[in-house]
Ligand binder design. Sequence first.
Ligand SMILES: C[S@@+](CC[C@H](N)C(=O)[O-])C[C@H]1O[C@@H](n2cnc3c(N)ncnc32)[C@H](O)[C@@H]1O
Length: 236
Amino acid sequence: MTDQSPPRRDHIRSFVLRQGRVSAAQSRHHDEGMPKWGVPYSAAPLDLAGVFGRAAPRILEIGCGMGETTATIAAAHPENDYLGIEVHTPGVGSLLKEIATRGLTNLRVVQHDAVEVVRDMIAPDTLAGIHVFFPDPWPKKRHHKRRLLQPPVVSLLASRLAPGGYLHCATDWEEYARQMLEVLSGEPLLANTAADFAPRPDYRPQTKFEARGLRLGHGVWDVVFRRRPEKSPAGG
Ligand SMILES: C[S@@+](CC[C@H](N)C(=O)[O-])C[C@H]1O[C@@H](n2cnc3c(N)ncnc32)[C@H](O)[C@@H]1O
């Protein structure tokens, strides 16, 4: 397959691309920021050291939304490099605005389906961490098949972590939280860092939306697993 071929798709997508409104500011930041901090999808392993211009721990964030959390974490941890993945143009525009206004040098963006990005662009056994914060819960039973965190994708994510690297998922949807715990517990390459749900690690900032939910008595669940020391089958 050449870089120009359409990506192979053998999975159900976890998102539906809607023609959402893109504000003038998001559009401008998208146009100006993509050439500087956007990484185009390509069906070939990405040279992360080349992208960031240094060797540092690399952390992937899947589904950055409007990017506030992603940018806050990157700003607080200049020692790490962050690759954010998001499909929606308004969110990518917002994230690029955050990079520009905060002057971040350790954050890049890929606008593409994260499953294909991880499968095609990330080499096995390389990442220090993967964040999946508040993935779409797809609450209706007939839509559960669209949930991102199912066994094949969790196996793929685990294979891309370096031994000792972590997979951190968070959700405010209790039933999805239980699914996350079950699916991650069933992945042989991963071990839970807690007895079941984990306390929120300090690096994950609490959003306004989350704080409001907690005040109203709604829960938020963090699930943090670590890659076991053995090499992944995908890594050979
Ligand atoms: C509910 S939002 C959460 C956003 C953000 N993480 C937060 O905590 O506010 C989920 C986001 O994941 C994105 N998304 C879902 N599936 C994706 C995929 N396969 N690849 C990239 N982005 C995806 C959606 O576009 C959406 O912006």
